[in-house]
Design a protein around this ligand. Structure first.
Ligand SMILES: [Zn+2]
Length: 256
C-alpha cells in the first residue's frame, strides 16, 4: 500500500465536513429568511456565541460530547451527521469522478440536495434560493464541463418539470412547485436519462416509505411525506450508478 494515496481523500473529507458545517447554518436560517452570513454561529439554547475553537467540524462535537460549552444543553446530532455525510460524499464523488471540474459541480449538487432534503423534511418547503440558481449553474456546467451536455440538460430539466407540472395539476396539490423546480435542477446537472431514473427510483422509494409509515406509524393516507428527500436520493443514486442501471435495464430485454 502506498501511504500517500489516502492523504488527498483525507484532505477532501475535511473540506467536505467544513462545508457541511456551513450547510448546517443554511438549513437553520434559509427557511426563516435569515442571513446565512451574520450573526456568527450561536447556541440555539443559550444564544452564547460559539468560539472558533468550538466550531471545528466533527471534532468539536466529539470533544464537547454533543453539548454546549456554556449551558450544557445537548446540540442536535444533525450537526455532526451533516458534516460527516457531506465529507464522505465528497470523498466518494472524487473517488468515482476523479479530481476534476466535474467533481466540483457534483459536490455542489450533492450539498444543495442535502440542504434541500433537510429543509423539506422539517418545513415542507424547497427554497427557490437554492433551486433557481442551481438550475442556472447546472445548465452552464452541462454546457461547458459535465457529460450531460446542454441538450441533455435542457431536455432533462424540461421533461422532468413538465411531467411534475402535469402531476401537480391533476393531483391538485399532491406535487408542489418546489418539487417541479427541484427535478429541473437535477436535470440541468445530470441530463435526461438521469431524470428518468431519478423519477422512477424516487417514486418507488417514496411509495415503500409511505406504505411503511402507514403500517408502522398509522399515518393516514392524507399525511404528506415531503418528496424532496426522495428526489434527492434518486438523483444521487442515478449519479453514481446510471451505467449499471441502464445496463441492467437493457439486459431485461423488455422490447423483444
Ligand atoms: Zn448553550
Amino acid at each position: 500500500m502506498d501511504n500517500l494515496i489516502p492523504l488527498p481523500y483525507l484532505f477532501i473529507f475535511i473540506i467536505g465536513a467544513s462545508i457541511g458545517s456551513f450547510l448546517n447554518v443554511c438549513m437553520h436560517r434559509l427557511p426563516g429568511d435569515q442571513s446565512i452570513i451574520t450573526p456568527a454561529s450561536h447556541c440555539p439554547h443559550c444564544k452564547a456565541p460559539i468560539r472558533f475553537y468550538d466550531n471545528v467540524p466533527i471534532l468539536s462535537y466529539l470533544l464537547l460530547r454533543g453539548r454546549c460549552r456554556v449551558c450544557g444543553n445537548p446540540i442536535s446530532i444533525q450537526y455532526i451527521s451533516v458534516e460527516v455525510i457531506n465529507g464522505a460524499a465528497y470523498v466518494l464523488i472524487t473517488w468515482k469522478f476523479g479530481l476534476s471540474a466535474g467533481s466540483l459541480f457534483y459536490a455542489l449538487l450533492f450539498s444543495a440536495l442535502l440542504v434541500i432534503s433537510v429543509i423539506d423534511l422539517y418545513h415542507k418547503i424547497i427554497p427557490d434560493v437554492i433551486t433557481i440558481p442551481g438550475i442556472i449553474i447546472g445548465l452552464l456546467a452541462s454546457t461547458f464541463i459535465l457529460p450531460s451536455g446542454i441538450k441533455g440538460a435542457i431536455s432533462g430539466a424540461l421533461l422532468g418539470s413538465s411531467l411534475f407540472f402535469i402531476i401537480a395539476v391533476v393531483s391538485r396539490g399532491g406535487m408542489g412547485g418546489g418539487d417541479i423546480k427541484l427535478i429541473a435542477m437535477i436535470g440541468s446537472f445530470l441530463g435526461l436519462t438521469d431524470v428518468l431514473i431519478t423519477i422512477i427510483l424516487s417514486s418507488f422509494i417514496g411509495s415503500v416509505v409511505g406504505i411503511l409509515m402507514m403500517v408502522f406509524f398509522g399515518k393516514s393516507r392524507k399525511y404528506m411525506i415531503p418528496f424532496g428527500p426522495f428526489l434527492s436520493i434518486g438523483g444521487i443514486i442515478s449519479l453514481f450508478f446510471k451505467t449499471e442501471i441502464v445496463e441492467w435495464y437493457i439486459g431485461l430485454n423488455l422490447w423483444r
